[in-house]
Design a binder for this molecule. Structure first.
Ligand code: NAD
Length: 253
């Protein structure tokens, strides 16, 4: 696409946004790369650089192997989310909400940068959970992540639940784990009742999250995809914008 084509597509997409009253955004790791958190599948993605790393995030390997858990705690300790700050793309979605146009902000991200930017927790639906809390796989006790990271720093390589001795994990959804049914139901209802679905910074390759775009389109919504690389849903999108989100979303919204 030439610069002229990009500008024309942006202009048409802006008109679609102006004509919409009930927008739902679906965001992915790509909205946080400009905040310093790498995605998984982009050119600099964690799995693009090290495909073996994907095996570490299945729930089966996490439960079966103390070694995998110890490695996971070290990665959590050094996770870029602790120092990351929201960027202009997160803030553009806050502005859209303040203008009364954003009905729901469905995110696959676990970094809470939408809430830190100022998006209302009421409209943020975290499909894949949050890294800011831990959950016990046995008794479901939830606590702030910092509490457990302090224990790891103090020398516990794989800290057990303080209440029941069960395995602790970040409150995120690993491969092999079901999504929270009530969060998913709210996301589906939002997708089915929006007039514009805006997918931003997601490869749209993880289901059921990606399927929300098809659900919205089937219910009559217009689709805009903002992503640096092609996605399987580009063909049903009214407009596709490829530029960096920190620039594209503020201009679009
Ligand atoms: P993904 O890694 O599959 O895809 C990200 C997409 O964003 C890529 O296609 C990439 O080209 C695009 N992208 C990256 N930076 C961009 C930018 N600045 N502007 C425009 N496009 C950009 O991510 P996904 O679809 O969210 O799925 C990955 C899974 O990983 C999700 O389930 C999510 O839970 C998890 N994840 C979350 C974070 C986070 O919370 N920040 C980070 C990594 C992975």
């Amino acid at each position: 696409m030439t610069d002229v084509d990009e500008t024309a597509a942006l202009e048409r997409a802006r008109e679609l946004v102006a004509d919409s009253e009930r927008i739902v955004a679906l965001t992915g790791a790509g909205i946080s790369t400009e905040s310093g958190i790498p995605d998984f599948r982009g050119p600099q993605g964690v799995w693009t650089r090290n495909p073996a790393a994907q095996a570490l995030v299945t729930i089966q390997s996490y439960v079966a192997s103390a070694e995998v858990r110890q490695q996971a705690w070290q990665e959590r300790l050094n996770h870029p989310a602790w120092s990351a700050r929201p960027n202009a793309a997160h803030r553009a979605l806050v502005d859209l909400e303040r203008r009364g146009k954003l009905a729901a902000l469905i995110t696959q991200n676990i970094d809470e940068l939408h809430q830190q930017a100022g998006s209302s927790p009421d409209i943020v639906l975290e499909l894949h959970g949050t890294i800011h809390q831990t959950v016990c796989l046995q008794c479901s006790d939830r606590r702030p992540m910092r509490e457990t990271l302090d224990r790891v720093e103090a020398g516990e390589a794989d800290p057990p639940c303080r209440l029941c001795g069960g395995i602790l994990k970040s409150a995120t959804i690993s491969f092999g784990q079901a999504l929270d049914a009530s969060v998913l139901a709210r996301a589906q209802a939002a997708a089915e009742s929006c007039d514009l679905m805006l997918a931003a910074g997601t490869s749209l390759s993880v289901h059921p999250a990606a399927g929300l775009v098809g659900l919205a389109a089937d219910a009559g919504a217009t689709v805009i995809v903002c992503n640096a690389e092609p996605t399987p849903y580009d063909r049903i999108a009214a407009e596709v914008l490829r530029g960096p989100l920190g620039t594209v979303l503020p201009s679009l919204l």
